[in-house]
Each structure stands twice: as C-alpha cells, then as structure tokens.
Design a binder for this molecule. Sequence first.
Ligand SMILES: Cc1ncc(COP(=O)(O)O)c(C=O)c1O
Length: 454
Amino acid sequence: MESTRILLEAHEIPTHWYNIVADLPSPPAPPMAPDGTPAKPEQFAAIFPPAIIEQEMSAERWIEIPQEVREIFRLWRPSPLIRAVRLETALGTPAKIFFKYEGVSPAGSHKPNSAVPQAYFNKQAGIGRLSTETGAGQWGSSLALAGQLFGLEVRVYMVRVSYEQKPYRRLMMQTWGAEVFSSPSNLTRTGREALAETPETPGSLGLAISEAVEEAAGRADTNYALGSVLNHVVMHQSIIGLEAKKQFDKIGLYPDIIIAPCGGGTSFGGIALPFLGDQAAGDKRAEKLRAIAVEPSSCPSLTKGLYTYDFGDSSGFTPMMKMYTLGHDFIPPGIHAGGLRYHGCSPLLSQLYREALIEAVAVPQLATFEAGVKFARCEGIIPAPESCHAIRVAIDEALECKQTGEEKVILFNLTGHGHFDMNSFERYFSGALEDYAYPAGEVQKLLAKLPKIG
Ligand SMILES: Cc1ncc(COP(=O)(O)O)c(C=O)c1O
C-alpha cells in the first residue's frame, strides 16, 4: 500500500526564506507617503522593528530564518503534503490532487509562519507589546501564541462580525494570554468615529488595522504586526512552498497547477512563489506552471479591483501601496470566509497579476462550501471557509482533467481547518447561507475618491 502523506524531518525545515522581489521582471512600486513621495524606512519605525523594515524593503533572494524561529517551527513543521486519493476517486479524475496541510499548526492555519518570526524580531528589538487586527481570528490566534512563546503582551482588534460569529477563537487568544476587543471599539479614535457613524457596522479588516496601527503609533512600548499583505509576510510564508518543493522531489513529481485562497495574498504567495522562482530560474519543469489565486466573488480585489495606490487601512494611517483594490472604505458583506474580506491584495501579488505571471478567479460562497463538504467527506479534514475557496477551484480543475483525460498534478494550499467555523457549516446545511453579489456601483464610487498617485 502506497503512503498518501509525504513527510519531511525537522532538520529539513528550510533554513532561508525565498524573496520573489529578486526575481521580478521589474522592481516593485515603492510604498508612498500621503504627500505622494516614496515612504522612507524611518516612517515605518514607529510601528515595526528594524529587521522587519529591512525585510520589507529587501531585494535579496534568500533571507536566513533565525535558529530560534526554526526551533519553534518544529512544534508543527514541516507540514505534511498529502495526496487526496479518495477525492480523486470520488471525482473520477485522472488528475493527481495534492494539498499542503497548514491546519496542523497550534492555531490551525498558516498564520503562525509569520507570527512567530514577527514576535521574534520585535523581542530582539526590545519591544514588550504588540497590537494587531484579526478578521477570521486566525491571525489573532497566531500572534497570541507567538507573543506567549516569546513573552510579549498582545492586544487584538477582532472584526466585529467574526467576534460575534466565533467566540471560541476569542477564547483561544485569551488562553494564549492576549487581550481581545471587538472592532470598531471605543478604545481608539478611529473606532469611536466608526461607531458614531454606523453603530451597526459589521466592522472590516481595514478598520481593525487602523485601530491597531493607531494604538502602536501612540505608544513607545508597542509595535504593530500585520498578518498579511506586506512583502515580509509573503516572504515568511514562502516556507510552505519551499517545503512542498522538497516533498515533490521525494516522489519525483512537479505541480502543473498551484491553487490557494487569496485574502491579502500570503498563503497564495507562500505556496506558489517558490515554484515561480523555479520558473524565473529557467527550470523546465515550471515552464507551463499555472498559479491561481482564488477570491470570493463578493470581495474580488484582483479580478474586479483597480490597480492603483491605496491605503492598507480604512483611516489612511498606513503608507499607500500600489495594489489591486476595491477602495480602502469598502466594507465587504459578512461572508463566512472572514480572512478573505480585505479590500486589497498584496502589492507583490498585484504586480505578478498585472504582469500576467499568475491567474485569479472569483468564486461564490455557496459553491465553496459545497466543495469543502465534499472534501471533508472524502479526506476527513474539515477545511476553513477560506480554504474551501481553493478546494472549489482544485475540484473544478480536476473535473476539467476528467473531460480532457489529462493527468495533471494539482497542488492546493489547505490553509487551515474549520473547527471554529462550524456555525458557518450549520448555516450552509440549513440553507441560511447566501451568495452576495459584488456591489459594483458602490465600489466605483469608492474608487473614484482615491488619490491619484504614480
Ligand atoms: C485559513 C485562512 N486561509 C487563508 C486566509 C487568507 O489570508 P492570506 O491571503 O493572507 O493568506 C486566511 C486569513 O485569515 C485564513 O485564516
């Protein structure tokens, strides 16, 4: 009997992160200060430690992973690469479907891959406290865990709709010692203004980021940590794809298609970019590689957004970044993939999409749950709603292979388990879950208000 799990040993945990910036056809567009000039490293110093700022700006291809970080990674890494044989059989496809399972981390997703190094570099810089936001609760849990492991205090602003939908995520963060508040909150000026304007607001990731940044900028002992979007987070997540490459080497295969959900874009970047690095290096196996980012059709930043400079948060505290955006004021519908409700997409991935090096597709909520349930019934693992987006497209691609008879190798990122999302599944089973149309008119209005830069 052949094993369906391709495993690595602790000593095979990568020693360096991969930075795609070194292999981009053109240099990334710089972040901009509000006056329209490129933001300087000093402007980030109020909220980030020096090592993170350096990584954010770096064009080095390989950046060393500190030994202390690798030692913590041993708690759950290397994560398994698993062949979904039972799903293949159920679909009747000749395709080989593999998934990299990031739900084995203590927080249940890929997010600790960046939370641990971010906590480490802040500790190194003498910082004692971190503030952050969380959408689905995955990033907040991950930073709560990482803060605990390095002895840092953590305060989390949790988007209201998730705070209400996911009490156990909040309790997880509290178990790891973090303080958690529903966002918008009364603790910050941004939060108070948002509540005064729309008391019933479901909150948004952009608003919660503003609250966390406002707090970090106003306190010398506190830095800010972001769980997605930025270059250094994309780079930290490259550990997923670097491990997957070693795992495919072990079985003598190479993926034809790589698929991941796309919120801020780091789980997609994490799994796909090390393979795109092969492509850039002229590796024949990667010549025809397709990498597909999957977003919700109700929050389709890559497929329907504008490629322009915009703020990363709703109050405009962050520097402006060139990215596909729906407008920083966009408050997406309260879909159950909370981690995919962000108005923009990572500048690095936006650039790759612009240059047609990656693909993107938007899928409706119900179809993703249908795919996630099918996967759970074949493979056992109950996926996070965000991950269901990747499963939907992996299944669609496998069914396409059934039509054409092609034996493609499909790899997708199973970014997390859905154990804290069971109320979403309940709503799906009871028929209460709905598809939301993309509010094109509202987005057009928001985009028309953006500053014109670059
Ligand atoms: C399980 C899971 N997958 C995917 C994402 C999307 O984030 P990103 O695009 O940064 O990977 C999230 C974000 O919270 C998540 O929790």
